[in-house]
Design a protein around this ligand. Structure first.
Ligand SMILES: C[S@@+](CC[C@H](N)C(=O)[O-])C[C@H]1O[C@@H](n2cnc3c(N)ncnc32)[C@H](O)[C@@H]1O
Length: 281
């Protein structure tokens, strides 16, 4: 415990209040938390079997995640992997598919702001058998990483541009819209819109939206997108915010909370790092 506390203090001194995954402090925290959980009376007293533990993508949980072996989920997830590679986003994709299935019962088209290689949107289209869905999926991205002119001063100070550079260099962010087109060529009714949001938002020519996914890893274009599209969302439509509660994405939460508060709404913060908002009736 002494070691843990001295590492914590060192982190606090440099302004880090939550240990980044993969660091020694993170692991020590996990061990202490697991120990106190197991020590609680009336709780599980045997160590949790490794296969029952979900531990990836910043989320460690012993709660039920049997969706991972559901054949429909496996098929959809694999299509996401085919589009990109395996990001170990299972729980995030589970949330995304849940929201998309809900949206499929409502009138309207689907929109994703921040598509990259199309992991989540490919999984959704596979899951909903898109050609039979009778609606369009608008996919917006620069397909070349963040548009620097739409990154806020605060986010620049927080290192967002350096992260963008790393994502481009590592190949996590695509720079080939042709590859993305090839991935989506399997389906009809896909509308790929290339360029920087907010400039491209006018090209979304539907008046009725049942599903909105926002995932651009910086706040100004995200807030511009939700503001621009909000009135066109069908009542009951889910708006999924990929980075809302993510570690290192604090400005997205601050700005999205401000948007929600203006409308007397609140955003559901999910342990996956996502945020969920439902357009009220
Ligand atoms: C994390 S990736 C999206 C991942 C994607 N939703 C998936 O399921 O694989 C973020 C994407 O946002 C895009 N992006 C960032 N800022 C943008 C902007 N202002 N306009 C359009 N796209 C932007 C980046 O190019 C990048 O591809």
């Amino acid at each position: 415990m002494e070691l843990l506390n001295s590492i914590k203090q060192a982190y606090f001194k440099i302004g880090i209040h939550t240990a980044p995954p993969g660091t020694l402090l993170y692991r020590l925290n996990q061990m202490v938390k697991a120990g106190s959980y197991l020590a609680q009376s009336g709780r599980r007293t045997q160590p949790v079997a490794e296969h029952a533990l979900y531990d990836q993508d910043g989320l460690r949980s012993i709660h039920n995640h049997d969706f991972m072996s559901d054949p429909a989920f496996v098929r959809a997830y694999q299509r996401g992997v085919q589009a990109a590679s395996d990001y170990h986003w299972h729980w995030r994709v589970h949330v995304g598919l849940w929201a998309a299935r809900l949206a499929a019962r409502l009138p309207g088209d689907f929109v994703e702001c921040g598509t990259n290689r199309g992991f989540l949107s490919s999984a959704i289209m596979k899951d909903l058998d898109w050609d039979k869905a009778g609606r369009r999926f608008y996919l917006l991205d620069t397909f070349s990483g963040l548009a620097e002119r739409y990154v806020s001063v605060e986010e620049k100070k927080g290192g967002v541009l350096e992260r963008n550079r790393r994502e481009l260099e590592s190949g996590f962010y695509t720079t080939s819209v042709e590859e993305v087109r090839t991935n989506f060529a399997e389906w009809k009714n896909v509308c790929i819109i290339v360029g920087a949001i907010p400039e491209t938002l006018e090209q979304i020519d539907t008046q009725c939206i049942a599903f909105l996914h926002i995932d651009m890893n910086c706040s100004p274009p995200e807030v511009a997108a939700i503001r621009h599209l909000w009135d066109r969302l069908t009542p009951g439509a889910p708006v999924l915010l990929d980075d809302y509660a993510g570690f290192g994405y604090e400005w997205q939460k601050i700005e999205m909370d401000a948007f929600a508060t203006e409308r007397e709404l609140s955003i559901l913060s999910l342990p996956t790092g996502q945020g969920l908002l439902i357009k009220p009736p």
